[in-house]
Design a protein around this ligand. Structure first.
Ligand SMILES: Cc1cc2nc3c(=O)[nH]c(=O)nc-3n(C[C@H](O)[C@H](O)[C@H](O)COP(=O)(O)OP(=O)(O)OC[C@H]3O[C@@H](n4cnc5c(N)ncnc54)[C@H](O)[C@@H]3O)c2cc1C
Length: 372
C-alpha cells in the first residue's frame, strides 16, 4: 500500500507494480494536487546557491550524497518519457547559475569544485560565453556556472503519467481516500479511510506535508518543517530560454515551459491560511521575486504576469532526504526536502525496493529516519 499521490507515491506505485507487487495507492484529494502539481518544474542537479551561501562548505560536503541522489534521479527523468510512453516535456539542456559580481563568482567556483568531487560536471562561463548562450540576460552579469545535467519538465504531467503506468501494470489507485488512521497488528497494517478499510503487509508513506501526522504515531515525530512557497507564470512568449536559470545574487529560478510561458520562482515565501492550512500567494514575495527576475532578465518588463500560485514545500534540518524504515517492520517513509520533484522518480524506486526487501539502487545510509 502506498499513501500519497504526488510524484513520490506515484513513482513508488509504478515501480511496485513493475516489480510484480499487488499495489494499492491511496490519495486523499486528486492525484498531483499538492506540492507535486504546484512546483516550478525545475530539475535540479547542483547544490542550491542560497543554501550554500547560508550554510557553508562543511554543510555542502555532507550534502554530497543528497546531490548524488538527485543526479541518479535525473538519469531516470532522462528516460522517463520513453519508459512511460508519455511526453512529460522533459528537457535537460543545463542549468545556468548567473552572477553579477566577482564575489558571487568566487562562491560559485568553490561550489563547483565540491560538486565535481561528487561527479557533477559544470563549466564556468565568462561574460562573452554567457552572452552567447543566453543573450536575453542582463549585461551586468559577469559570468555563470553551466551545470550540464539540469533542466525542466512539466510537473502537471509527471505524477499522473506514473499513476497511469502503475494502473497499466495492474496497480490500483483510489483518489478521495484520506487515510485517517494507520494501525499495525502482527505485521499487518490496516488503513482506515473515508472510503473504507484497506489492509497490507507493507506500507510506503509518501504523504509529503501529511507525513508528520503518521510519524507521530510511532515515537518521535520526524523533524520535517512545512515551508509554504510560491511561483508564477507569464503569458507565453516566443522561444528564448533553453536553460534553467538561477541567480547567485538572490533567490530566483527562471525557465520557459514548452507552451512558451516563462516560469519564475526561487523559493519565495508564501502565506498559509490559518483556518484551512492552504498555502496562498504573498504579494510582497511576488513583487520581490519579479524584481529579482527583471534584474536578471530586463526584457521581462514588457511581459505580462498571468498567474501566481503557492504550495507547501518541506525542509529537514540538514536538507538531506529522509528515507527508510519507520516504526514497525514493513513501514517505509520517503521525503526529499525542497527538491522533491527532481528526486521523485528515484525516491519512489528505492521505496518500492525497500518495501519488497530488494537492495535499493542507492546507498541510503545517511538518509535514515533515525539519524536525528
Ligand atoms: C511552489 C513550489 C515550487 C517547487 N519547485 C520545485 C522545483 O522546481 N523542482 C523540484 O525538484 N521541487 C520543487 N518543489 C518541491 C516539490 O514540489 C516537492 O518536494 C515534491 O513535489 C514532493 O512530492 P511528494 O510526492 O513527496 O509530496 P506531495 O506532492 O505533497 O504529495 C503527497 C500526497 O500525499 C497526500 N496525502 C497526505 N496525507 C494523506 C492522507 N492522510 N491520506 C491520503 N493521502 C494523503 C497529499 O494529498 C499529496 O497528494 C517545489 C515546491 C513548491 C511548493
Amino acid at each position: 500500500m502506498v499513501v500519497g499521490g504526488g510524484i513520490t507515491g506515484c513513482s513508488a506505485a509504478w515501480y511496485l507494480a513493475q516489480f510484480g507487487a499487488d499495489v494499492l495507492l491511496l490519495e486523499q484529494h486528486d492525484l498531483n494536487t499538492q506540492a507535486s502539481g504546484r512546483n516550478a518544474g525545475s530539475l535540479h542537479g547542483q547544490i542550491q546557491q542560497p543554501s550554500f551561501r547560508e550554510r557553508g562548505e562543511a554543510w555542502a560536503r555532507d550534502f554530497l550524497p543528497s546531490l548524488r541522489f538527485l543526479i541518479d534521479s535525473l538519469h531516470i527523468w532522462d528516460s522517463l518519457t520513453d519508459l512511460l510512453g508519455s511526453d512529460l516535456e522533459v528537457s535537460l539542456k543545463g542549468g545556468l547559475l548567473i552572477a553579477d559580481s566577482s564575489d558571487q563568482m568566487r562562491l560559485i567556483e568553490s561550489k563547483v569544485a565540491l560538486e565535481r568531487s561528487a561527479g557533477v560536471q559544470s563549466d564556468i562561463l565568462g561574460p562573452s560565453d554567457l552572452r552567447r548562450v543566453a543573450p536575453y540576460l542582463s549585461d551586468s552579469m559577469v559570468g555563470a556556472q553551466l551545470c550540464h545535467v539540469e533542466g525542466k519538465c512539466n510537473p502537471l504531467l509527471a505524477a499522473p503519467a506514473l499513476a497511469r503506468a502503475a494502473r497499466q501494470e495492474g496497480g490500483r489507485v483510489i483518489v478521495g481516500a484520506e487515510v485517517l488512521s494507520l494501525e499495525e497488528d502482527n505485521g499487518r497494517f490496516v488503513a482506515t479511510t473515508n472510503k473504507g478499510r484497506f489492509e497490507s503487509n507493507r506500507v510506503v508513506l509518501a504523504a509529503g506535508n501529511g507525513l508528520n501526522r503518521f510519524s507521530r504515531l510511532w515515537g518521535t515525530p520526524l523533524p520535517i518543517a512545512s515551508e509554504p512557497v510560491q511561483a508564477a507564470a507569464t503569458e507565453p512568449v516566443s522561444s528564448v530560454v533553453d536553460h534553467l536559470v538561477y541567480f547567485a545574487g538572490d533567490k530566483l529560478t527562471f525557465k520557459q515551459a514548452r507552451s512558451g510561458n516563462l516560469l519564475i520562482g526561487g523559493g519565495w515565501a508564501a502565506d498559509v491560511d490559518p483556518a484551512s492550512g492552504v498555502a496562498r500567494v504573498n504579494l510582497q514575495s511576488l513583487i520581490s521575486n519579479m524584481a529579482v527576475a527583471m534584474r536578471a532578465v530586463p526584457s521581462l518588463t514588457g511581459v505580462r504576469l498571468i498567474r501566481s500560485w503557492a504550495g507547501i514545500g518541506l525542509a529537514t534540518p540538514d536538507l538531506a532526504p529522509i528515507v527508510g524504515s519507520l516504526g514497525p517492520a514493513g513501514l517505509y517513509v520517503g521525503v526529499y526536502p525542497h527538491l522533491g520533484l527532481t528526486a521523485g522518480p528515484l525516491l519512489g524506486k528505492v521505496l518500492a525496493q525497500l518495501a519488497l526487501d530488494r537492495a535499493p539502487d542507492f546507498d541510503l545510509g545517511t538518509f535514515a529516519p533515525d539519524r536525528f
